[in-house]
Write a protein that binds this ligand. Structure first.
Ligand code: 5GP
Ligand code: ZN
Length: 140
């Protein structure tokens, strides 16, 4: 439920302040302290989960609904032309705060923001098929 050493749990418990954007029974959203665009929002489940892998089964739908509401508000209220929803799992993927959260980032065509993304290639169709089967074979 609540992890005593978790900074986001402290925000949920109102032991630490935040600039709140949205709240419901399952989720809380507030502005990121160090925004990559103005309005950059963090959305999290109220029940502590380190990563997506241990999210409680009751919060998923609420998080998706909240993401949609916040994205719509960025378009309607902030004049955004789009928005990104990003979510990091484990430090190897860039996660710094170990309480599951989504970054919701308002975007405009002219905002100059770019995510480093260098698309690669598979050697051939067989390599691709083998990898898909290996991955799919581990999905419970
Ligand atoms: P991560 O790298 O874990 O996906 O993202 C963590 C985010 O949390 C960072 O963008 C960072 O700026 C933000 N952050 C860290 N501590 C605080 C805090 O105490 N308050 C707020 N509002 N944001 C925080
Ligand atoms: Zn927490």
């Amino acid at each position: 439920m609540y992890a005593p050493s978790c900074i986001f749990c402290k925000i949920i418990q109102e032991e630490l302040p935040c600039a709140k954007v949205y709240e419901d029974a399952h989720t809380l959203a507030f502005l990121d302290l160090n925004p990559i665009r103005p309005g950059h929002t963090l959305l999290l489940p109220k029940i502590h989960a380190d990563t997506l892998l241990n999210l409680d089964s009751g919060s998923g739908e609420a998080l998706m609904q909240a993401m949609r509401k916040i994205g719509q508000a960025m378009i309607t209220g902030l004049g955004a032309e789009g928005f990104n929803c990003l979510q990091n799992n484990f430090s190897a993927a860039g996660q710094e705060v170990m309480h599951l959260h989504w970054h919701i980032i308002p975007r405009n065509r002219a905002d100059q923001l770019a995510f480093r993304w260098n698309p690669g290639k598979y050697a051939d169709k067989d390599e691709m098929t083998a990898l898909a089967q290996k991955l799919g074979g581990h999905i419970a």
